[in-house]
Design a protein around this ligand. Structure first.
Ligand SMILES: [Zn+2]
Length: 150
């Protein structure tokens, strides 16, 4: 069991307006190759759909620690100290709907209040070769009143 260090924000890399269900994303991640990624478990704990609905994709205790069974596979090399959230969309650019932005803002602010020491970062901060999540997470955090030193 390790202390939670990062909240990592992702996108599903799907086009604007295209909804994704929990079953779909679990299938993409866990189905054997080449249909899916062949992972043991879905990559993210929480997903924000187009209308702002939050879906819990994997359970966890939300206690600031990551136990083995809580690990999801969102960012290679960082999963044992990370929690992963994803919004539906993000193909090529920031496609977040107003409802998604509002839902993410509320959830991120609540998370930051509970775990002020956990760094909130985009996937591309940990894996710089990635475009995910297709927006500047630190700039957005500052716009909602969260300033961090990375
Ligand atoms: Zn990602």
């Amino acid at each position: 069991m390790k202390k939670l260090k990062y909240l990592v924000i992702h996108c599903t890399d799907t086009p604007a307006g295209r909804e994704v269900t929990a079953d779909e994303i679990i299938q993409w991640h866990t189905a054997p190759k080449p249909q899916g990624n062949g992972w043991r478990k879905v990559g993210y704990r929480l997903m924000f759909q187009l209308d702002g609905t939050q879906l819990q994709l994997a359970p966890n205790y939300s206690d600031g620690y990551v136990e083995g069974w809580e690990i999801t596979n969102g960012a290679a090399g960082y999963n044992s100290v990370s929690e992963h959230w994803v919004y539906v969309g993000g193909k090529g650019c920031d496609t977040r709907t107003d409802a998604q932005i509002t839902a993410m803002k509320d959830a991120v602010l609540a998370f930051h209040k509970q775990f002020p020491d956990v760094l909130i970062v985009g996937h591309n901060y940990l894996n710089p070769g990635k475009a995910c999540p297709s927006f500047d997470v630190q700039k957005w955090l500052e716009s909602i009143g969260i300033k961090q030193i990375l």
